[in-house]
Ligand binder design. Structure first.
Ligand code: AMP
Length: 424
C-alpha cells in the first residue's frame, strides 16, 4: 500500500547507504578547500527576493519561473535560495569583509531550491558545493578556482568529465554584442522556436543554450561574443588559458558557452560528464566583477563556481555503500548490562560498536551482527571476559575485557577501504 505521505515532487530522501557517498564527496571537497586556504561560509536558506532578482537578473529562467517565493508575516517577499553567489556577496557586504585581507576565499555546501520540471538529475531541492573568491581580478584567481574544481572531480574519479571555458568580456562589450545578436536573431526569426523569439528583447544570449536543431543552425551563423570582447578581456582570457595549461587542466574553448545568469563577466566555464543523461552539467561558474557593485557595494572583482552534489553522485553511479561497523557486542540476557559497558568502552576508544536493543537470543544477535555488516563480534562470556570473533574469517580468541579496545585496534589495522576512510 502506498503510504499516505510522500516527499514533495522533485525532492528526495537520502537514505543512509547513499549518504556515505555524499559524505565522501563533501569530505574530498572540504580537504581540497582547506589545503587551498578557503574558509567555510554558510548563509541562510532563504533571502529577500529582491537580492536574487537584482543579481541573477530579471530575464533569467531562475527569476522568471523557478523561484520558490513566499511572504513573511510582515508581507516582505522571501525566496528559497536558488543559487549561492548572491547570498555570499550579500554576506560579504553585510559583514564588511572588504576590510579583511583580500581576496576573501570562501566555500559552502548546502541545499538550493529551483522550481524546475523534475527529471533524472534535476530536482527542486538539490545540494551544491560552491566556492567564491572575492576581491581579486587577476587571471591567477580564475585559474586557481577552476583548477581546484578540476582536482576535486579528479580525486573523486568522476568519469567522462569535459571542461569548456569562454569569456563573456565586460558588460560594455556584451551590451554592444547583444544588439548585434538581436539583429541576427530577428533576421532569422521564422526559424526560431517561440521560447527564443520571446527572449530576444530580454536575454538573447540564452538562445545559445537551445537544443532546437534549427535554432542551433541560426546560432552557428551568429556573431560570437568571444570575437567581440575588448583587448583587455582577451588578454585576461589568454592568461587564464595558459595558467590552466600550466596546472595541467584539460579544457576546450567554447565560444557558445554563455551560462544562464546575468551577473557573469569575463571568464565563464562549465564541467559536464558524459555519464549523465540530458542534465549533463556537473558544475559551472564564472567571474562576476560587477555583482558586488550591483548590490550597492564598492566595485569588487570576484569569481566562483557551484557543483551539484547529486549530479556528481549520479556520475559516480550513485553507488550505495554498505554500513560498516567494527564490532557488534553479543551478550546473553543475564550479561546485557556488561554489553552496555563494553559498547561504551569501545566507542570511547573510537571503535564503532553496536549491540542488541530488542532482547534477541544470542544466536539471533550473531545473525544481526552479520546483517549489520560488523567485522567483529564480541561475545561477552562473563563480567570480565569476552571472545573476539572475526565474522569474515571465523578466526576467534578470548580476551580480558580491559584488553578489548587494544585487541580490536590491532585487528583494525587491516581495514577494508570505505568511503568515510579514504584519504584525500
Ligand atoms: P548552475 O548555477 O545552474 O550552473 O548550477 C550549478 C550546478 O548545480 C549544476 O552544474 C548542477 O550540477 C547543479 N544543479 C543545478 N540545478 C540543479 C537541479 N535542479 N537539480 C540538481 N542539480 C542541479
Amino acid at each position: 500500500m502506498r503510504p499516505e505521505f510522500q516527499a514533495p515532487r522533485g525532492t528526495q530522501d537520502i537514505l543512509p547507504e547513499r549518504s556515505l557517498l555524499f559524505n565522501r564527496i563533501a569530505h574530498v571537497a572540504e580537504n581540497h578547500f582547506r589545503r587551498a586556504a578557503f574558509g567555510r561560509i554558510e548563509t541562510p536558506a532563504f533571502e529577500h527576493t529582491e537580492l536574487f532578482v537584482r543579481s541573477v537578473g530579471p530575464g533569467t529562467d531562475i527569476v522568471e519561473k523557478e523561484m520558490f517565493t513566499f511572504k513573511d508575516p510582515g508581507e516582505r517577499s522571501l525566496t528559497l535560495r536558488p543559487e549561492g553567489t548572491a547570498g555570499v556577496c550579500r554576506a560579504y557586504l553585510e559583514h564588511g569583509m572588504s576590510h579583511r585581507p583580500q581576496p576573501v576565499k570562501l566555500w559552502y555546501l548546502g541545499p538550493y531550491f529551483r522550481r524546475e520540471r523534475p527529471q533524472a538529475g534535476r530536482y527542486r531541492q538539490f545540494n551544491q558545493i560552491g566556492a567564491e573568491v572575492i576581491g581579486a581580478a587577476s587571471p591567477r584567481v580564475d585559474a586557481e578556482v577552476i583548477t581546484l574544481l578540476d582536482r576535486i572531480l579528479k580525486k573523486l574519479r568522476v568519469p567522462g568529465v569535459d571542461l569548456r571555458i569562454s569569456s563573456l568580456g565586460s558588460r560594455e562589450a556584451r551590451t554592444a554584442y547583444r544588439a548585434r545578436l538581436q539583429q541576427h536573431l530577428r533576421s532569422r526569426m521564422s526559424e526560431l522556436p517561440p521560447e527564443i523569439q520571446r527572449r530576444i528583447p530580454t536575454n538573447p544570449l540564452r538562445a545559445f543554450d537551445s537544443y532546437h536543431p534549427q535554432a542551433r543552425e541560426v546560432l552557428g551563423d551568429a556573431p560570437k561574443l568571444l570575437d567581440a570582447i575588448s583587448s583587455d578581456d582577451a588578454e585576461h582570457f589568454d592568461a587564464v588559458c595558459s595558467l590552466l595549461a600550466e596546472a595541467s587542466v584539460e579544457f576546450r574553448i567554447d565560444p557558445t558557452l554563455v551560462r544562464g545568469l546575468d551577473y557573469y563577466t569575463r571568464t565563464v566555464f562549465e564541467f559536464t560528464s558524459d555519464h549523465l543523461g540530458a542534465q549533463s552539467a556537473i558544475a559551472g561558474g564564472g567571474r562576476y566583477d560587477d555583482l558586488i557593485s550591483m548590490l550597492g557595494g564598492p566595485s569588487t572583482p570576484a569569481i566562483g563556481w557551484a557543483a551539484g552534489v547529486e549530479r556528481i553522485g549520479l556520475a559516480l553511479g550513485n553507488k550505495a555503500y554498505p554500513a560498516r561497523l567494527n564490532a557488534f557486542v553479543v551478550a546473553p540476557d543475564d550479561l546485557s548490562e556488561v554489553a552496555v559497558r563494553v559498547v561504551s568502552q569501545l566507542r570511547d576508544a573510537s571503535i564503532s560498536a553496536d549491540f542488541d536493543l530488542l532482547g534477541r537470543s544470542e544466536n539471533a544477535q550473531l545473525k544481526h551482527a552479520l546483517r549489520a555488516g560488523a567485522q567483529w563480534a564480541v561475545l561477552v562470556l562473563s563480567p570480565e571476559a569476552a571472545e573476539l570473533r572475526n565474522l569474515r574469517s571465523g578466526e576467534r580468541w578470548s580476551t580480558e575485557l580491559p584488553e578489548l579496545p587494544e585487541q580490536l585496534k590491532w585487528a583494525r589495522r587491516h581495514p577494508r577501504r570505505t568511503p568515510t576512510e579514504v584519504d584525500s
